[in-house]
Ligand binder design. Structure first.
Ligand SMILES: O=C(O)C[C@@](O)(CF)CCOP(=O)(O)OP(=O)(O)O
Length: 324
């Protein structure tokens, strides 16, 4: 019996990954840049055993059906091949995220699984090679291997596509990200399906791609200069452009719900009144608000005029992989 356990934290992209150049290897069209957070994480244990005749996946103590196990099993096939190990495995994952929020964070889940496999099969992978392996599970997972600000170098092959830390002199510890959890019943289009539809059909996709490289350069300059307004502005604009691409997909779609727009407008109003804060969004209705740590209590107080307190969750910069 070969067993491994690891914890990985969710990351939120400030400059988005939105589209694959290679679906099988999960090579992205562009570089992306994220902030790993402390509040949300996944703890995963994997046990490879001769006794098993198939892969078994428990998520928060609930046995997952075949559909829910497919993505995990496909990833385990990769690991088995890499380790020349024929054994099936039992995976136990615990998502420490607010369940109601639908904050299904594939970034922390697949990163934790990759690290747990690394330990169980004694692959002895470097962080860079672990990032490459996690990338094969889910693109954004490659960034959760590292703490703080992280850039995913898109590369053009399995060897050259990996994440690495963005030097920041610890400035990330002066920032905060406040999640506005929008309880939207709509079944989300997964990020994987959403980005594929967009790449394949959206008239706005090329415009997105042309400007996101510049946005990433601006974000890195802002981090180096510790210029919050510059980082916040490029973060918000980049998210709006990414989401703009979905409106020109065929058929069009959007992740925005009425309350998403309410949240974005509230952030604009609070910013206009003098509190620097900027929003970003991913493949769902939730809105994440980037602000400076010193302002997060005041921001939360102002947002309670628009949303219930239990919908507001504060996160700070978080760590990379921890082996348990
Ligand atoms: O995180 C970002 O950069 C932006 C997004 O969150 C915007 F929705 C996409 C994340 O995509 P992911 O779930 O990693 O896709 P996969 O590679 O198909 O598994």
């Amino acid at each position: 019996m070969l067993k491994g356990s690891a914890r990985a934290h969710t990351n939120i992209a400030l400059i988005k990954y939105w589209g694959k150049a290679n679906e099988d290897l999960i090579i992205p069209m562009n570089n992306s840049l994220s902030l790993t957070l402390d509040a949300f994480y996944t703890e995963t244990t994997v046990t490879f055993s001769e006794e098993l005749t198939t892969d078994i996946f428990y998520l928060d103590d609930t046995l997952q059906d075949e559909k829910g196990t497919k993505k995990i099993s496909r990833f385990l096939d990769l690991v088995r091949k890499k380790a020349a190990c024929p054994l099936f495995a039992e995976v136990n994952s615990y998502n420490h995220v607010p369940t109601a929020a639908g904050l299904a964070s594939s970034s922390s889940g697949l990163a934790a699984l990759a690290a747990a496999c690394n330990q169980a099969l004694q692959l002895d992978l470097s962080d860079r090679d672990l990032s490459r392996l996690a990338r094969r599970g889910s693109g954004s997972a490659c960034r959760s291997i590292f703490p703080g600000f992280v850039e995913w170098q898109k590369g053009n092959s399995d060897e050259t596509s990996f994440a690495e830390v963005v030097p920041s002199s610890g400035w990330e510890n002066e920032l905060a990200m406040l999640f506005i959890l929008i309880n939207d019943q709509e079944k989300d289009i997964s990020s994987r399906d959403g980005m594929r539809k967009t790449v394949e059909t959206s008239a706005f996709y090329d415009g997105w791609l042309q400007t996101t490289t510049q946005d990433l350069a601006s974000a890195k300059i802002a981090i180096h200069a510790q210029d919050f307004e510059k980082l916040g502005t490029v973060t918000e604009n980049n998210a709006l452009k990414m989401h703009g691409t979905t409106l020109a997909a065929v058929p069009p779609f959007t992740y925005w719900s009425p309350d998403s727009l309410k949240a974005m407008n509230a952030v604009r109003k609070i910013r206009a009144a003098g509190l620097p804060c900027y929003f970003t969004m991913d493949a769902g209705p939730n809105v994440k608000v980037l602000c400076q740590r010193k302002d997060v209590a005041q921001l939360k107080e102002k947002l309670t005029h628009y949303f219930a307190d239990e919908q507001l969750i504060t996160a700070f910069s978080g760590p990379g992989i921890t082996y348990l």
